[in-house]
Ligand binder design. Structure first.
Ligand SMILES: Cc1cc2nc3c(=O)[nH]c(=O)nc-3n(C[C@H](O)[C@H](O)[C@H](O)COP(=O)(O)O)c2cc1C
Length: 192
């Protein structure tokens, strides 16, 4: 038996990320976003759904650039604050959260320096969907804390310790244990 709940945003879990943009006076802003996704490999694109009343929305419209920053679980309080307070009312919210920023190397958007991974994105397209607009950006540069990069070029995901957001419970979690090797365990159903 299953219960029908009607249309709901029932995809879980999602990473909690920070969208970095500059305001009209070039003050750095950061907005917490869980509704993000990778949406293309060639060119590499990522996107974020932004509600129209966010300060970030106007910044995206004006500057046509953003950063997606991956915080650590230890930064959950900062992430939560940046997801409750608007840059429209608190222009110094990034500094109040104790976060430094630096200008993007490739786009007109701030890198949130204490976050160990930062994607610089140039706005490529947008789609009006209703309450939210989907902003898709082409990733022009990625910065990664060098202590996370393994010798084979992959990332040490446990050391990254990202924040997993569970919508239904409004809770921040950490990563659980691996369950299987991807592109491998499914092979048991081939030739069956
Ligand atoms: C965990 C979490 C996830 C959120 N995800 C989104 C999101 O994906 N899109 C969005 O528009 N707002 C999202 N918000 C709300 C914004 O972060 C919040 O309204 C913020 O104050 C907007 O900042 P700004 O007005 O400075 O842009 C989220 C908030 C939290 C706490």
């Amino acid at each position: 038996m299953k219960k029908q709940l009607g249309p709901k945003t029932m995809i879980m879990p999602m990473p909690a990320l920070l969208v970095g943009t500059y305001g009209a006076d070039d003050t750095p802003n950061a907005m917490t976003a869980a509704w993000t996704a990778v949406c293309c490999q060639k060119p590499v694109c990522v996107g974020v759904a932004v509600r129209h009343n966010r300060f970030t929305f106007q910044n995206l419209e004006d500057k046509k650039a953003f950063t997606l920053n991956v915080p650590r679980a230890t930064q959950a309080a900062e992430v939560d604050y940046l997801g409750m307070v608007s840059g429209a009312n608190e222009p110094n919210k990034v500094a109040k959260a104790g976060f430094d920023t630096e200008k993007g190397h490739k786009v007109d958007a701030p890198i949130i320096t204490p976050c160990p991974i930062n994607l610089e994105c140039a706005l490529k397209d947008k789609m009006e969907l209703g309450s939210h607009t989907w902003f898709a950006g082409e990733v022009l540069e990625v910065h990664v804390d060098d202590t996370l990069v393994l010798e084979n070029g992959t990332l040490n995901i446990n050391k990254l310790d990202p924040i997993i957001y569970i919508t239904a419970a409004s809770k921040y979690h950490t990563l659980g244990d691996p369950v299987a090797q991807a592109y491998s365990i499914g092979n048991k159903f081939r030739n069956g």
